[in-house]
Design a protein around this ligand. Structure first.
Ligand SMILES: [Zn+2]
Length: 399
C-alpha cells in the first residue's frame, strides 16, 4: 500500500465521520486558482483564438469549475463554419465537464438535490435566467430548446461562458449536476447521450416500442450509435443498424446491434428495404429511428417499417432541406405513428447518468466513441477534424 492509498483511506474515513469532503492533496483549493486563465474564443468564421482573461469574482450563488474536457458537437461545427446563430465572438463548448474549485456560500446542492463540495465533478444543463427557481421536477415537458446553454452564450464581461476554456463560471440560476461517480469519457458523453434518452422517451409515447420490438436504426454516426446503446440497455435485442460505412457498422454491432445492413450494397429502395426485412428474419421493423441529416434517408425509412409501426425522426439538428414522402403509401395506408425529437429535458439529463452506468455495466464500449482528443490550444484542428467527418466523437481534453 503506498502513501496515496493511505491518503485516500484517511480521506474516506474523515468524510464518513464528518460528512464533509476533505480535499485530497494536490486537489484544487482557492489558493491554487490562478489569477488569469484561457478561453478559446471563436473570433471569426473558421478561427478560434486563445485569449487570456482575469478569472471572474465568484458570487454567493456561483460555482467556478476547472474544465477537464468538452465534446465537440455538430452545433459547434456549424457555428465554427458559418456562424448560423450569429454568436461571434463566442466561447463555444456545451458538452463539458470539470471539477469544482470554488463556490459561493449559498451553493449547497445540485439541481437534483445531491450535495456539492469542492472537488466534485459536474456538468451543466440549461440556464433559466427568467426563472432561476425552476427545478428539474417541473420540467418533464419543458425542452432545452427554449433555454440558454453554456457554450452558446453571447460574450460578456464574465468571459468564462463556455466549456472550451480552462475554467467556466456557473452562475446562479443554472442547472448543475454532481456526476463525480462517472469517468471523464462518460461525463463528456452526457450531453449527446441525453439527446438519445429523450428520443427513446419520445418513441415510447407511441406505445409501439417494446422489449421484443424489431428496431431499425438508420445512420451510425455518434447519434445512431448511442441510440443503439440506449435501446440495448433497455433490453431491446433485435436491432438492425443501417449505414454506408463498414467500420461504423462494425462498431454498431459492438454497441448492441444484432444485424447490420450496408445501404451501398443495395441498388434502389426496394432492395434496401428487402435487406432490412431479411435482417429481421422476414419481418419489417416495428419501429425505426432516423439518425442521419439526409432528406433522402428520411424518405427511405418509411419503407423499412411494418404496417402500424412507428418512426422517430431525430436527425435534423439543422435545416437539411425538404424530404419527399408519399403520404398515401408511407403514412396513411401503413398507419405509421411518427414522432419528432428535439434535444432533451432536464429529467432526461438525470436519466442519462443512469444510462451511462448501465451501458458500462453491460460492457458497451461507450468511451471508444471518443476517437480524437485535442488540447485547448489545438481547438481549430479539433473543429476541422469534426468537419472532415473523420472519426466519431471529437473532444477537447485539458491537461
Ligand atoms: Zn451538442
Amino acid at each position: 500500500m503506498d502513501s496515496k492509498n493511505i491518503e485516500e483511506i484517511v480521506k474516506k474515513v474523515l468524510e464518513s465521520m464528518t460528512g464533509t469532503a476533505v480535499p485530497a492533496r494536490g486537489a484544487s483549493s482557492s489558493r491554487e486558482i490562478p489569477k488569469t486563465a484561457r478561453v478559446a474564443k471563436l473570433v471569426e468564421k473558421g478561427r478560434f483564438e486563445i485569449q487570456e482573461y482575469p478569472l471572474p469574482e465568484v458570487g454567493d450563488g456561483d460555482i467556478l469549475v476547472k474544465v477537464e474536457g468538452c465534446g465537440v458537437c455538430g452545433t459547434d461545427a456549424h457555428e465554427f463554419k458559418n456562424d448560423p446563430f450569429g454568436l461571434i465572438p463566442v466561447v463555444l463548448g456545451h458538452e463539458g465537464t470539470g471539477e469544482i474549485v470554488k463556490m459561493g456560500k449559498n451553493v449547497k446542492a445540485d439541481s437534483a438535490g445531491k450535495p456539492l463540495r469542492l472537488g466534485d465533478k459536474v456538468v451543466t444543463c440549461m440556464i433559466f435566467k427568467d426563472n432561476p427557481e425552476i427545478t428539474m421536477f417541473d420540467l418533464n415537458k419543458q425542452n432545452v430548446g427554449g433555454a440558454d446553454v453554456y457554450g452558446l452564450l453571447p460574450d460578456d464581461e464574465v468571459r468564462f461562458n463556455g466549456w472550451f476554456a480552462d475554467y467556466i463560471l456557473i452562475r446562479k440560476g443554472s442547472t448543475v449536476f454532481n456526476v463525480s461517480d462517472l469517468d471523464l469519457a462518460s461525463r463528456v458523453l452526457i450531453e449527446p447521450c441525453a439527446v438519445l434518452v429523450h428520443a427513446v422517451e419520445r418513441a415510447k409515447t407511441t406505445g409501439i416500442l417494446r422489449f421484443n420490438s424489431r428496431v431499425a436504426v438508420q445512420g451510425c454516426g455518434p447519434i445512431g450509435l448511442i441510440c443503439i446503446a440506449v435501446l440495448r440497455t433497455m433490453g431491446i435485442e433485435h436491432i438492425t443498424a443501417v449505414d454506408g460505412e463498414p467500420k461504423r457498422l462494425e462498431f454498431a454491432k459492438r454497441m448492441g446491434a444484432s444485424e447490420t445492413v450496408n445501404f451501398k450494397d443495395y441498388k434502389g429502395i426496394e432492395a434496401l428495404a428487402g435487406a432490412v426485412e431479411a435482417s429481421f428474419g422476414g419481418h419489417l421493423a416495428d419501429f425505426a429511428f432516423q439518425c442521419t441529416g439526409s432528406p433522402a434517408a428520411h424518405s427511405n425509412i418509411y419503407k423499412f417499417i411494418r404496417n402500424g409501426g412507428g418512426l422517430c425522426e431525430l436527425g435534423f439538428f439543422i435545416n437539411g432541406g425538404d424530404a419527399t414522402i408519399n403520404p398515401h403509401f408511407d403514412l396513411c395506408a401503413k398507419e405509421i405513428t411518427l414522432v419528432g425529437s428535439w434535444v432533451y429535458t432536464l429529467r432526461d439529463y438525470a436519466t442519462t447518468f443512469d444510462f451511462l452506468k448501465r451501458a458500462k455495466g453491460i460492457g458497451l464500449p461507450m468511451g471508444e466513441l471518443i476517437t480524437h482528443t485535442f488540447p485547448l490550444d489545438k481547438i481549430n484542428e479539433a473543429l476541422k477534424t469534426n468537419l472532415s467527418m473523420q472519426g466519431l466523437k471529437i473532444a477537447v481534453i485539458n491537461e
